[in-house]
Each structure stands twice: as structure tokens, then as C-alpha cells.
Design a protein around this ligand. Structure first.
Ligand code: ASP
Length: 351
């Protein structure tokens, strides 16, 4: 159950990174461009009705999230680290295009997180009629401030709130470029649904596993590649990618439950990669369901040469997890082991 402390005792930090929610039309080109936080807040005077102490900060300069880079994730993580003691919760305003990548990355980079980090944005800028931004923004603030009866945050994890659903950040994918329901979490249920009340599914929300202080890890290793299979894929496509100097990890997007064509060159190239200490992980092109390489011969051939199981992970979670683990651990066996274990709620690893 949600219990409110005295609102005046609750402090929330809003971090504006850019995205449609704060954009306005450039009168010359007609295209949407990032605008400033003052403009955005001026359009949502309702945020002061909560009675919380709400402070704001900006990623400088605000960006269209298509320009998002791991350095930006590092900046966001550092801002949260700096404000961690002072604020009860954090709301990040972000473009929708790469929001699921940022949410996934932060879920790994903010180690031992015990406070809410709620990421949201909108499909229509906040200054425009029919904007979806106001509801997304205001409800995100309410969720970031929500406490249980012991005064602990109700949602101590990185989430995306969008169109009345609160989803675990590293389970989300952008699925819609025009509707208001821009995000889905195919392999994990929503953590809360906002109607007249916000209904929290407490049994699904991650409980902090430790009392250790927040630790921020920002050294992401981007020497990774994604290969998505398709009928007719040619050997030279794969060989170009695997010959990239210093490549450390590959995500293979396979068919169905983790299957690939039975081509000798494909299997032997993957075998070589695995034998040379490159981390190769199998996730499915299907949005829903899990990789199960033992189900078909076409999957088993991958397992037999050392391809790892990414289970039901999204591509956003898998790529950011790979960058994080490769950056954090020198020992490749540790990276391989953790790639197949759930470390931040991102996968349902079956035994
Ligand atoms: N291109 C925009 C962005 O991701 C789209 C949006 O915000 O919805 O920044």
C-alpha cells in the first residue's frame, strides 16, 4: 500500500536530457528540436501541487535521444550518485527513441540502487495540445515519491513509466513510433498500472538485495557487435563483422527459440569466435519468449560450439549488459557466466 510521508519532506530530482517531451518546432525547418527545461516546467505548473521539494537539472546540452552515447549514461549515473543522499527519487525526462537502452544501461551501472529512478518522455511535446507528456511526467513524479508503510521507496529500481504503465526499465522495448503506447515489456509484467489509483504489483518489484551503498560503474566497453540473421545471409557479411579488430562480444539475433541455419561456415565462424575468447550470446528475434537452444538441432549446433544463452532478454538489455560486464571484468569466464545470469532483473534464466 502506498503511504505518503509529509509531502514537504520528500525531495525529487528531475533530470532533463532532451527528447520530444521538451521540444519545440524550429520555425525555419519545421522540425522538432530540444528546448530548455524552464519552458518544459512552465508548461506543467501542476507539478507544484504535490507539495514536494522538486529540483531540476539538465544534461548539457539536451539532446534528441538518437544522439545518446554511453558517456551520457555515465553523466546521468553520476548526477544520481551526487544527489543520492539528498533526494528520495529521480525522474529522468528522455527521448523515446533510445529510452529503453538508457533504462537498461542505468539498471546495470547503478549498482546496489535502492531508490526509484523513473524514466519518461512523450510522443507529443509538452507545450502542445493533446500532449501525453503531462500525464507521463506527473505520474512519474508521484511514483518516484511513493513510499511503503515503513517509509521505504515502493519502487527502488530503474523503470520506464509510459502511457499508464510502469515497466522494469531493462525489460522494455520501444514498439510504436506514433501511438501513445510507445513501450512494451513483453517478457515481464508491468510493475504498476495507473488508473484512478496507481496499483503497484509489489511482488514483482525488485527488493534491494543488499545494504551496501550505491556504487556507480561507468566504464562501458563498446567493442561489441550485433548480427541479426536472415535467410540468404552471406558468409562475407559475418566474416566482415568478426574480423573487426579488438572485437570482444557479439550478440546473435536468431530465429524463434534460438535457431540458426545449418551452414558449415556459420557454425565454424561462431566456434572460432568462442574459442578465441569472444563472448557470443544468442537472443531471439521474437519479442516474446525465451531462447532454448536444446529444442531444435538448429539451436543445439550453436550451444555445442560455445554460444551462450541470452534467454528472454531484450536487445537493449543484452547489449548494455555486455558493455557493462566487459568493462567491469577482465576475466572472460566471469563475463560469460554473468551474461547467462540475472543480475538486475533483466532475464528469466531457466536451469
Ligand atoms: N527523436 C526523439 C528522441 O528520442 C523522439 C522522442 O522523444 O519521442 O529524442
Amino acid at each position: 500500500m502506498q503511504i505518503m510521508k509529509n509531502p514537504a519532506e520528500i525531495s525529487i530530482l528531475i533530470l532533463y536530457t532532451g527528447g520530444t517531451i521538451g521540444m519545440t518546432h524550429n520555425p525555419l525547418t519545421g522540425a522538432l528540436e530540444s528546448f530548455d527545461l524552464e519552458h518544459l516546467c512552465a508548461n506543467v505548473p501542476e507539478m507544484n501541487h504535490f507539495g514536494f521539494n522538486i529540483e531540476t537539472t539538465t544534461l548539457n546540452p539536451p539532446i534528441d535521444s538518437s544522439d545518446m552515447e554511453p558517456e551520457h549514461w555515465g553523466k546521468m549515473a553520476k548526477i544520481i550518485e551526487e544527489g543520492y543522499e539528498k533526494y528520495d527519487g529521480f525522474v529522468i525526462l528522455h527521448g523515446t527513441d533510445t529510452m529503453a537502452y538508457t533504462a537498461s544501461a542505468l539498471s546495470f551501472m547503478l549498482e546496489n540502487l535502492q531508490k526509484p529512478v523513473i524514466i519518461t518522455g512523450s510522443q507529443i511535446p509538452i507545450g502542445q495540445l493533446r500532449t501525453d507528456g503531462k500525464e507521463n511526467f506527473l505520474t512519474s513524479i508521484e511514483i518516484a515519491a511513493a513510499k511503503d508503510k515503513n517509509g521505504n521507496p515502493l519502487v527502488p529500481e530503474v523503470c520506464i513509466y509510459f502511457e499508464s504503465k510502469l515497466m522494469r526499465g531493462n525489460r522494455t522495448t520501444k514498439i510504436n513510433s506514433e501511438g501513445f503506447n510507445a513501450f512494451r515489456s513483453f517478457n515481464f509484467p508491468a510493475l504498476a498500472n495507473a488508473g484512478i489509483d496507481i496499483k503497484y504489483e509489489s511482488h514483482l518489484i525488485r527488493k534491494p538485495k543488499t545494504d551496501e551503498p550505491l556504487r556507480v560503474f561507468t566504464e562501458m566497453d563498446t567493442r561489441v557487435a550485433v548480427i541479426s540473421l536472415f535467410p540468404g545471409i552471406r558468409e562475407e557479411v559475418l566474416s566482415q563483422i568478426v574480423n573487426i579488430p579488438n572485437l570482444r562480444g557479439v550478440i546473435l539475433k536468431t530465429y524463434g527459440s534460438g535457431n540458426a541455419p545449418r551452414k558449415e561456415w556459420l557454425v565454424s565462424t561462431l566456434a572460432n569466435l568462442c574459442a578465441n575468447g569472444i563472448v557470443v550470446v544468442n537472443i531471439s528475434q521474437c519479442s516474446k519468449g525465451s531462447v532454448e537452444m536444446r529444442r531444435y538441432e538448429t539451436g543445439l549446433q550453436l550451444l555445442n560450439v560455445g554460444v551462450l544463452n541470452g534467454y528472454d532478454c531484450t536487445i537493449e538489455a543484452m547489449i548494455t549488459k555486455m558493455m557493462y560486464l566487459l568493462g567491469k571484468y577482465k576475466d572472460i569466464e566471469t563475463v560469460k557466466r554473468l551474461m547467462c545470469e540475472d543480475i538486475a532483473g533483466e532475464m528469466t534464466a531457466l536451469s
